[in-house]
Design a protein around this ligand. Structure first.
Ligand SMILES: [Zn+2]
Ligand SMILES: [Zn+2]
Length: 184
């Protein structure tokens, strides 16, 4: 019961859970992640993605190590359809724990992660780790044909038959000749 109060979801009450340097705890959880934007994830209850971290109190902060695995649905750049991306990654991050005075003096702390009011929020760590693991080119398949730029049909499903106006440069002289013959 005690654990549920000091570790609720993604929030860890560090002052109570890890009172001294060297103290450690294992934190695990699951969620479903919805992609809002290119690098914007929203957490929802679910079990598509699972994480397990060891959170350790260190001098001046907290160290978070562990792993994240599961599946996130991304949108294909070419055809815009959702496709499943399988995650399996290791996490090793630090969160700084500064006093109020130190915070004011150092306007831009060197690390992005902070223990605020004695509480560590794991959500930004999980979010950033997952976004960094995404493929640089998000396509459902290397061979994805994308959308027709005339009618918008998904060309993976069926050819739409549109004249996309694209003519191979090498065929240009032949096309010119055809036009001349037709008009003459
Ligand atoms: Zn695609
Ligand atoms: Zn078309």
């Amino acid at each position: 019961m005690k654990d549920q109060q000091i570790i609720s979801g993604l929030q860890i009450d560090v002052s109570n859970a890890l009172p001294s340097v060297g103290d450690r705890r294992t934190v695990s959880g699951t969620g479903s992640l919805r992609l809002e934007d290119v690098y914007d994830l929203d957490f929802e209850p679910g079990d598509d993605v699972a994480w397990k971290f060891q959170v350790r109190r260190i001098a001046g902060g907290v160290e978070v190590t562990g792993s994240i695995s599961g599946v996130v649905t991304l949108a294909c750049y070419r055809c815009l359809e959702g496709f499943e991306f399988r995650l399996s990654l290791e996490v090793r991050e630090h969160a700084l724990w500064l006093s109020e005075a130190e915070l004011e003096e150092d306007e831009e702390p060197a690390t992005e992660y902070m223990v605020t009011d004695g509480v560590l929020d794991l959500e930004p760590i999980i979010r950033d780790s997952i976004c960094l693991a995404f493929p640089a080119v998000r396509v459902c398949d290397e061979a994805c044909r994308g959308l027709c730029n005339v009618c918008g049909a998904n060309l993976n499903l069926e050819p739409c038959g549109c004249d996309t106006g694209h003519v191979d440069a090498r065929l240009k002289p032949l096309e010119e000749l055809k036009k001349r013959l037709e008009s003459g």
